[in-house]
Design a protein around this ligand. Sequence first.
Ligand SMILES: [Zn+2]
Length: 509
Amino acid sequence: MRHDRRSASRPPRRLFRSLAAALAFLAAGCAGGPPTEAPRTVAQRPAAEQRAGDRSHEQLVAQFGGAYRGPVAAYVNELGRRLAAVSEQPQGPWTFTVLDNPTVNAFALPGGYVYVTRGLIALANDEAELAGVIGHEIGHVTAGHGAQRQTRSTIAQIGVLAAVIGAAAAGLDGPALDAVGQMGSAVGAGVIASYSRAQEFEADLLGVRYLSRAGLDPFAQADFLESMKAQTALSTRLAGGAYDPTRVDFFASHPATADRAREAVRAARLEAGARPGEGARNRDRFLSAIDGMTFGDSRAHGFVRGRRFVHPELRFAFSAPEGFTIMNASTQVAARGPRDAALVFDGGTDPGGPLDAYVARVWAAGISRQARTGPLQGLERTRIGGMEAATAFLPIDTGRGVRIAQLTAIRTGDGRVYRFLGLSNRDDAAMRAALDRAARGFERLSAAEAARLQPWRIRVVTVRPGETAESLAARTPFDRARVERFRVMNGLAPGAQPRPGDRVKLVVE
Ligand SMILES: [Zn+2]
């Protein structure tokens, strides 16, 4: 059962903590556990390490959706600086970036680059919890963990992934689409080759050290790990293959040990000599800083709303066929459907010239260089939503049977061309018809329609007498599990109720 951590002074939390601490002590006493000696840190970063980070930073930010601006970025920067100032590398340089990415993740690059996603910030419940994650990432830097891996390969691996996505666009097979689904995850993008268990424990120890030195509650780290566990459990239960932009990728980049939270409590006692209840939480300050922050997919990346994908900035929309699940990756939208069918959508600068020539000589020719294909068939010019378009299909021998790639290119007249690549089994006429309808349903949005499409946001509200988790959750736009999501997001145990006067986070449309 999860504890209720909404107020530092409440008895249940103390009970949990002392119990957890006792369990941690027992575990430490009998299970051996990870190394207990003080972590080694580096006071002066090697110049090569600094250069490696400098080289990778901008590309990495772009890969994860860009930097999120606004008050919360300034807040994270200030908090990060406070923690870095009490680290072994106070002179830095340090760069703290909030990534405009809905997943729950954080990572660091050598050279003092620390990243947290806005999805992670949305899950935290106070400043100390967020500081626990930032402190952990600072710890990976000060302990030189990043340098122990091949930083140089970081960007190379991103290149490899781009190639995999090229293969997915060519419609090769399922694993390639899985890779597309992984986009935006640190492990998927090869940014973090994942740390060893010993390195994770070192980073936890260093994180609680910085929390404690900064006057924040070092036990917060364990609380946040509990929240991530609860979020993971909820999205796994809800998943069933469904797209969940708020999934937790943190444990992929920072492997979960048997019980990270319990070890973090142990770390707090070992490293900071801390006792529960000491140290600030700064909950109000934190909540005020995140009030109004975007939640889920952002306007700049387009939103998945059920089977529909809408892009308010590029002003278009389309719907995937019935039974498809849409994944919004950084450079494309991929959807997977029944019977191994798939739909990959992307767009780019208009190559100019007749579109049917583009489909035949550029697009299909490119696929034929990557895969064994039959001759291009059914090439024709058409109009979709009043726009110039061209379609064709191409048999692809995947080595596991012949599949049909349906190619549709649409010229929107604003200097861009959009492409749909449908993929289905050769004998699946119904699926081919459904994929064709999806591509032909592509539509431009008017400026007014686009302006109405706004991302979801975090709103911090004060609970009024008579309000319950159920009544508050009813105000959120999720299509299911509203109450569970509300509780997980607010660190409430199953069945627990917020109390009048509490400030809670709501997701609003
Ligand atoms: Zn880590």
